[in-house]
Design a protein around this ligand. Sequence first.
Ligand code: PRX
Length: 659
Amino acid sequence: MPAFQIMSGSSPIPTAVRVFAPTAATSAHAHVRSMADYHALAARALAQPDAFWAEQAGRLSWSRTWDKVSAWDFNQVDIKWYLGGKLNACHNCVDRHVADGHGATTALIWEGNDPAETRRLTYAQLHEQVQRAANALKALGVRKGDRVCIYMQMIPELAVAVLACARLGAVHSVVFGAFSADSLVTRINDSGCKVIITQDTGVRGPKQDIAMKANADLAAPKTPSVEKILVVRRTGSSVTMQAGRDSWWHEALAAADAECAPEVMDAEDPLFILYTSGSTGKPKGALHTTGGYLTYAAFTFHYVFDYKPGDVYWCTADVGWVTGHSYLIYGPMANRATVVMFEGVPNYPDYGRFWQVIAKHKVNLFYTAPTALRALMKEGDTWPAQHDLSSLRLLGSVGEPIKEPEWLWYHNVIGKARCPIVDTWWQTETGGIMISPLPGATPIKPGSATLPLFGIQPQVVDEQGTVLEGNDVRGCLVLAASWPGQMRTVYGDHPRFVDTYFKRFPGKYFTGDGCWRDPDGYYWITGRVDDIIIVSGHNIGTAEVEGAIGQHPAVAEAAVVAFPHDIKGNAIYAFVTLKTGQAASDEVRKGINLKVRDILGPHAAPEKIQFAEGLPKTRSGKIMRRILRKIAEGHVEDLGDISTLADPTVVESLVSGRQ
Ligand code: PRX
C-alpha cells in the first residue's frame, strides 16, 4: 500500500470561502427546495434504506419486482441489489417512452465536429435504430452475456451501439476512441470481447481521419476472442475490410429486422465493463450490473440536474468515460431527457464553440469538466459574450476539484450569476454522483462538492482507519454503506476488487481520495492518496505510464508523479534513468513521449521528462515518490526526511536537474 499523501498536490481549498445560496427562482421549482427538505429525505434514507432505495427503483419499469432490495457485506465483499428483480436497460431508456406516447420527443441532438453538421433522433427513431442494431449484432453471433467492445468517437451510432448491447444483454466495454491499438488489445483480451464495433476514421477539431478501423485491424490479430468487426461509415475514408470478419454497420442495419424484443435481464446481470486505471500497470475492468446501476443513474440525474420534462441537457463528456455512460446515455435517457452529444472539441473552429452550441440548441443544463473551463477562461470573456446563453438554468462540473477562479468564471460569465453550479464528486466505481449540491437547496461553497446525496454515507478516516467524527477533519474518504450504483467486482479478478477497495479499511469502501470535512460538514476533495493521477479529468495510473516509458529501448527505469498544471489540473512529470551508454538527448525525450502516446494514447504523455542518474530509493528498493512529487512541484526547499534513502546524494542531482 503506498504511503498516504492526504494533502498532497495543490490544495483546492481557498482561504476565505464565499457561500452562494440558491436563488429563489431556482428553489421555487426544484425537486428539493430547501435544506430542511434535504435533511428530511436524507434522514429517511438513512433510517430506512431499503424502503428508500425501493422507491428509487420505482423510477424504472421492471418485468418482475425484486424479492429483496439489498444484500451487501463489505467484509465478505459481496454486493447485490434488487435481488430477483428483472428488467432491461434499453427498454427503460427507450421503449417505454415510445410506449407511453413520447416517441416524437427528441432523444439525441448530435452536433458534429463541423458546426454545419447536426442530426436529431427522436425516441421513436432511436427505438428503431437500436432494434435493428441489436438484430445486426445477433446476426454476428452476439448473445446475452457475450462481451462487445465499442471503440468509437462521439457519433450517434455510439449511443445506439451501447443501447443495442443492453437490449441483447450483451456486456458492452466501451474503449475511449483516443486509446491506442495496444490499449485496445489489453482491454479486449481482459474481457474476451467477441465483436468490435468501430468506425472508419474519426474527426476531432482540426484533426481529420483519425485512425479507428485501422487500430482495430492492428488489434484483431492479437485478440483471439474477436470474431467480427462492425464498422460505421463516418468519414467515408477508405479502410480495409476483411471478408468474413468485417461488415458495414449501415448495410447490416438495413438488412436487419426492425423489431427485436429486449432480453429479460436479472437485476444483477452485468450491464457493462469499463476500464479504469489502477495502481498496478493493468487497467481494472469495473463491472456494473443492470438494476442497481440504472436505478442509481436515473435517481441522481433527476435530483442533481433537477431535470424537468422539456429541458435540453448537454454533457460534454466522452462515452469512453463513465460520465458519458451515466450522464449522456443511461441517466438522462432513463428520465426521457433530450440529450446533446458533441463530436468536436471546445476550441474548434474557435474558442466560442461550446457557447455557440448552447445558443444553437437552447441548452438548459450543461455539464462539463474544470479542465475545459480553465482552457476557455484563459481565452477571455469575448467568446462567451458573442453567444446567447440565456437558456442556461444549471451548470455542472465533474472529474476533479473545480477551483475558485474557474468556478467564479463559470458562475459569472457563463451562468450570469443566475445558475447554480453542481460540483459532482464520484468515480467510475461508484456508477453515479455521490457528493453534490442539490441546486434548489444547498448553499454552495466554490470548490467543495458539498454534501452527500440521500442514502450515501461518506466517512473520513485517518491512516489507521479510525473514523474521524465531527467536523473540520482531514483524512481518507471512505463509504460506510453500499448504494445501488456501486461496482460489483473487477471483471475476472474479484481478489483485486477486494484488495483495492476493501482491504485498507476493513468493512468500508475506500475511494482512494483524500478529503477535508469542513466546519459546516461540507466535503472538499483534496486529491488522490494513491498512485493515480487525474490529468484533465482523466484517471491515469502511474504504473501504466512507467511501464510504457520502460518500453523505450534507452530507458532503464522511470518514475512518474503529478505536478500542478494551469489547464490540465495536474500534468505528468517523468523521472527517467537511461541504460548505461545511452546519452540523454531531446531525441530520446521525444522518443519516450511517442512511446507513451503509442502505447497508452496522447492523454497519458508526460508533460516533462527529467533524465536522472538515479531515483530516490529506500534501502529495500522502494521509490520514494514523496520526494519526486516535491521536486516536480518545485518545493525543493522542503523535501522532508531523506535519511532513509539508500543514497541520499541522488536528491541533490535531481533537484539541480529539475525541468
Ligand atoms: O479523485 C476524484 C476525481 O476523479 C476520480 C474518479 O475518476 P474517474 O473514475 O475517472 O471518474 C471521473 C468522473 C466521475 C475521483 O476519485 N474527481 C471526480 N469528480 C470530482 C473529483 N475530484 C474532486 N471533485 C470532483 N467533483
